[in-house]
Design a protein around this ligand. Structure first.
Ligand code: HSE
Length: 311
């Protein structure tokens, strides 16, 4: 095999209570990528369609993630006398809050790993894809790349050492994600955060993280909903998102289990039980932005159990 075509899924990070540690993988929103093995050594981005992103390998998240992986491969396994080309077909907008950079980073390392004969597990690939996130936002967070690579829900239990736990989604869980058409850079959305939190807030936050994980394992939809609460980050970031309070309120009134900022925003997500409710929430969210005359995109998606996949 010398060429592979991939679907690189969008993801929702944080999930309200789990800043930088929780994420889930979406099913029907994502990019496409072609990774090709070529004679010339190194990594080249040969084509980007759908976005104005740098082609230079060291300035592109896919390139940086791929280089990190190949450096590790050559030092642990063997030096290779060939290289790789990457074509990226972007559908996820940069700065949308549904893991645009993560999809590209995850796709690149997954594709190269396949063409090398799978020397690494999907979990092993997370550390390399994180280097793309570092380039994109200044911080090597894993809460988008982990679900993009592993599918389902993921918890980053620890960053040093990296310890990632994948959790199956309850069958009937659906996500609705609305993207008001403004760009919010993750680095900007991180700059509004405080470096310290109160013990009172921390207690509420870790109670909810535990509750959400327990809810996922026991398929307790109400517990999942009660746990989708963010004491720490949402109050500081929500002011950057037009109509946030109204969208969230609308989602809850229309049957959402919970709702919050998707990743670093400006997208807003809601989780619900069953597709009908998720569709109804999408309709109600759309009306809010239509009344505000604000262009938006909306997705209703099952939780994707697989992560990046070969097309
Ligand atoms: N955890 C990251 C943040 C996700 O909220 O900054 C960015 O998509």
């Amino acid at each position: 095999m010398t060429q592979i075509k991939l679907f690189c899924p969008a993801t929702i990070a944080n999930l309200s209570c789990g800043f930088d540690v929780l994420g889930l993988c979406l099913d029907n929103a994502g990019d496409e990528m072609i990774v090709r093995k070529v004679d010339q050594k190194g990594v080249r981005i040969t084509k980007i369609v759908g976005a104005d992103l740098p082609l230079e390998t060291e300035k592109n998240v896919s390139g940086v993630a791929a280089l990190a992986m190949l450096e590790a491969y050559e030092s642990h396994f063997k030096v290779i006398d060939f290289g790789f080309e990457i074509e990226i077909y972007k559908h996820i907008k940069a700065g949308s809050g549904i893991g645009s950079s993560a999809a590209s980073s995850a796709g690149a390392v997954f594709g190269i790993n396949e063409l090398l004969g799978q020397p690494y597990s999907r979990k092993d690939l997370v550390q390399f894809a994180m280097q793309g996130e570092k380039l994109a936002s200044g911080n090597a967070h894993a809460d988008n790349v982990a679900p993009a690579l592993l599918g389902g829900f993921t918890l980053v239990r620890s960053y040093a050492p990296l310890d990632i736990i994948r959790i199956d989604s309850p069958e009937e869980l659906f996500a609705t994600v609305v993207h008001p058409q403004i760009e919010l850079k993750t680095s900007d959305a991180r700059s509004v955060l405080k470096q310290n939190v109160s013990l009172k807030s921390a207690i509420m936050q870790w109670g909810n993280v535990g509750g959400l994980i327990a809810g996922l394992y026991t398929k307790d939809y109400d517990l999942i909903g009660r746990s989708l609460h963010d004491e720490i980050v949402e109050p500081l970031r929500s002011v950057l998102i037009p109509g946030f309070d109204q969208i969230k309120q609308t989602a809850l009134e229309n049957g959402a289990l919970g709702s919050g900022i998707s990743g670093s925003g400006p997208s807003i997500f809601a989780l619900s039980r069953g597709k009908n409710t998720a569709d109804q929430i999408a309709k109600a969210m759309s009306e809010v932005y239509e009344n505000m005359n604000l262009p938006y995109e909306i997705h209703v998606s099952k939780i994707n159990p697989d992560g990046v996949r070969i097309l």
